[in-house]
Design a protein around this ligand. Sequence first.
Ligand code: GLA
Length: 454
Amino acid sequence: MTSLFNNSPVIGLPLRLSLKTRVTEGNWYCFTVAMKRENRIQQPSFLLALRFLALVLWSFPGARALDNGLAMTPTMGWLHWERFMCNVDCQEEPDSCISEKLFMQMAELMDSDGWKDVGYEYLCIDDCWMAPKRDSKGRLQADPKRFPSGIQGLANYVHSKGLKLGIYADVGNKTCAGFPGSFGYYDIDAKTFADWGVDLLKFDGCHCDSIEHLENGYKHMSLALNRTGRSIVYSCEWPLYMWHFRKPNYTEIRQYCNHWRNFDDIYDSWQSIKNILDWTSSNQKRIVDIAGPGGWNDPDMLVIGNFGLSWDQQVTQMALWAIMAAPLLMSNDLRHISPQAKALLQDKDVIAINQDPLGKQGYRLRKEDNIEVWERPLSDLAWAVAMVNLQEIGGPRFYTISMVSLGQGMACIPDCIITQLLPVKRKLGFYQWTSDLKIQINPTGTVLLRLAAN
Ligand code: GLA
């Protein structure tokens, strides 16, 4: 686009500012603003007004969120599933089986190794913690051998470290791994979790025999949790299971859940990260606007610090999970993690983007020649921009981005300060609305930028 706007104020020139841009991919719209520049003071105030207007437009709340006052920013913590799965053999593998020892060790490290300080707060148990049967009163119970202190004992320990405890259950007749399901026991289970001092429930959707049971079950558990009076974050997989039958009603889901999984389980592989990003961008018109304080789309755990991703791919996961306003639930072994992965997961600038209080999820702006550009509006009229190089042949590639193409023309108007946050932090400096920025991106890597008002 030819620039109609230039940053050196020209006195008394009539100016017509025409912005053609897109809200989200494929959805072009156009607006024209006419104004007369009468003096040097008017330009900044007009531009400020324009930025303010943008803020107001972006700040419209989405659908009503679950009214429990929780997850005002995406949940941060640790969840055992991807890394430790359903290993119940504590005889053979005492250090990696699902036991209270594992969670106590992780709690200890979350406290001592800086994780809690940067925001990772919820230590979450996934499937396979239960005994195979409920007790005589119909309550779920932890496997007594692997959790000798019981969940209440573990919760006390986790709380003593200044952390919160998450637990897992299932809306159907059995959990995905075959342990007792909550169908028919929603009220008892909600009360049991509250009595134990649990702070988050991940509610899975396996072994549910009808859509009605699935929907009613997710709603019932949400209300039951609220009725306990304890603050319990409610993490759902409702839409993931709904998609098998019909399109989920996200407005409704947001009224009952604090976050919700949409897509398949994450694996420790680049293919899995790509699949999640593809699904998210293909469905962004449906899911992006629904996210906001109190309710988030959940693209599943962070697998940074494990085995399957190269350094650049780990950078891509961290950057894009920040852009997507995703819950940051690590699934890795905090006892054995490289300093590089730890620094990436504890990067305060990137976490600040993920946790931005405006709470707007980002979206894919464009894809061309195997480069994807994603952007996310932030508070204080700032923007985050991520550029991903998906070409898996050749070396680093150059990509030139024009400021005017970002943030619907508003990201850098009339100018901005750009900081590169990933793969390494460096100040790129002052840019004008008319400027181009040339950056280099490694194969399967991402460059994450923050554009701030000057
Ligand atoms: C499902 C969920 C996973 C995990 C497993 C546990 O597959 O999507 O995140 O909780 O069940 O069995």
